[in-house]
Every structure is written in structure tokens, then in C-alpha cells.
Design a protein around this ligand. Structure first.
Ligand SMILES: C[S@@+](CC[C@H](N)C(=O)[O-])C[C@H]1O[C@@H](n2cnc3c(N)ncnc32)[C@H](O)[C@@H]1O
Length: 240
């Protein structure tokens, strides 16, 4: 796979333009800067995703640093908004012969071109703090994951006892668009979203190294029979 396929839709969203511009700048130095600090998060996320019984979607795949951590028996698709990052991911797939990676696409995580319920597991490593509308992205992840499947997020979640809280606030106010991510990210964005969805349940919320700076959230889309909004036919009305 030498080129990423372009499935993006036109967008006027200035924030997405900020993100694309930021990751065009990050791409050449991304691996040097972020390989080690994000490694524990990528390891935890891929270990959970490798248990999926079906195709896995890696949202915000970036330069593909987590792609070699998915096991060879898996079937992995990746999407990213940044062509510069995707090109590096495609080069990694070729260089490291990652035959379990079956497709890399340029797509906005909030408006993907995949059909409903296409994936057994949808992962988003270090992405939710990057998108302008995290709830819209979560809705889209929920759309493409199968009932019974899992959404796995890893990202920075702000904490009151966080030693870096003051720095987060300062960065948020002054340089977030240039950085290409939102340093301040309260848990309520994820927690409130789960509470509003009758078809989602939180399975695990785990602090990760280094220093509990990142959180892994595993969210299950309930199987249809457990979705409280789904119509349940009384047994006596079932057809023989
Ligand atoms: C911090 S990087 C994480 C990359 C990779 N997952 C990793 O662990 O190194 C965030 C990635 O999300 C991508 N991204 C940002 N907004 C996006 C969106 N709306 N749709 C898809 N990808 C997006 C960025 O281009 C960037 O590659």
C-alpha cells in the first residue's frame, strides 16, 4: 500500500484546518517526539483491541506507530484527517510488511464513509482531545461499531490533582490551535456522552503511564437485546 486513499468530505471547518496545518508541521518530527511518551497507551489499547472478534478501526492512525502492535491475525483499517501523517503510516505498512493493515483512508473521524456497525472494535488513540467536536466523533464511533463491540479511547483527561493542570490551562488559552490539540479535557465530555446513550456502557476507565497522564476508556455498545430503547417483542407474540 503506497498511497492513502482519499475519502474525505469537503469541510469549511476552520478548526479542522488548524488541525491539518498543525499535523503537517508535526509529521516530520512526530515519531521522534511522541513514540516513547504515548507507548504505554498504545500498548494498553492494542492489547484490548487484539481480543476483538472481527475488523478493527484505528481512528486518527497518524504515522501508524500502533499498527505493528496489532496482532497478525487481526484485520485493521486506519483513518486520519492529515494526509502528511497518513503518508508516513502507509510507508510504515510497506516497510514493516504489516499485512494485517488492509486499508488507510483520509477521512474526518466525525463523518466517516463506513457503513453502520462495520467494526468489531473502534480505537481512537490520542485523538479525542484533537477534534473540534468530541461528542460528534463519539457518535460516529458508536455508529460504526457493532452491537456487542467496543470503543477504546486513550487520551489525556484533566484531573484536579494533576501536577500539570496550570500548564494545561495556560496552553489551552494561548497555543491550542498551533499545537493541534486541546490540553484541557474534562472527563465529563466522555462521561456525559455515555450517560446520554442508552446503548453504551463504560467497561473500564484506567489511568496509564507516564504518571497517570493518560486514561484508557473501554466503552461497549450493548448487544441489541440489551439496548433499553430497542423494541423487545413479548415471547407470546413471537412467530413459531
Ligand atoms: C496525537 S495524534 C495520534 C496519532 C496516533 N494514533 C498515535 O498514537 O501516535 C492525533 C491524530 O489525529 C488526527 N486527527 C485529528 N483530527 C482528526 C479528525 N477529525 N479525523 C481524523 N483524524 C484526525 C491527526 O491528524 C493526528 O494524526
Amino acid at each position: 500500500m503506497s498511497e492513502a486513499t482519499d475519502y474525505s468530505r469537503e469541510t469549511e471547518n476552520l478548526d479542522n484546518c488548524d488541525v491539518e496545518a498543525a499535523y503537517a508541521r508535526w509529521a516530520p518530527i512526530y515519531d521522534l517526539t511522541f513514540t516513547a511518551v504515548f507507548r504505554p497507551g498504545r500498548r494498553a489499547l492494542t492489547a484490548a483491541a487484539n481480543k476483538a472478534d472481527g475488523p478493527i478501526l484505528d481512528v486518527g492512525v497518524g504515522t501508524g506507530l500502533e499498527l505493528p502492535m496489532f496482532e497478525p491475525h487481526t484485520e485493521v483499517y486506519g483513518v486520519d484527517l492529515s494526509e502528511h501523517m497518513l503518508r508516513r503510516a502507509a510507508q510504515r505498512v510497506e516497510r514493516e510488511r504489516l499485512s494485517h493493515v488492509v486499508g488507510l483512508y483520509k477521512m474526518d473521524a466525525s463523518r466517516m464513509a463506513f457503513p453502520d456497525a462495520a467494526f468489531a472494535c473502534v480505537c481512537a488513540p490520542f485523538v479525542l482531545t484533537v477534534v473540534p467536536e468530541p461528542e460528534a466523533m463519539l457518535d460516529e464511533l458508536a455508529r460504526v461499531v457493532r452491537p456487542g463491540g467496543e470503543i477504546i479511547l486513550v487520551n489525556h483527561v484533566s484531573r484536579k490533582d494533576d501536577p500539570l493542570a496550570a500548564l494545561d490551562t495556560w496552553l489551552d488559552r494561548h497555543v491550542a490551535p498551533k499545537l493541534g490539540w486541546r490540553p484541557q479535557f474534562p472527563w465529563s465530555i466522555i462521561g456525559d456522552w455515555i450517560d446520554q446513550r442508552s446503548d453504551m456502557e463504560l467497561m473500564e476507565r484506567r489511568l496509564l503511564a507516564p504518571f497517570g497522564l493518560f486514561t484508557m476508556s473501554r466503552i461497549r455498545r450493548l448487544p441489541l437485546s440489551q439496548d433499553v430503547d430497542a423494541p423487545v417483542m413479548p415471547a407470546e407474540l413471537e412467530y413459531a
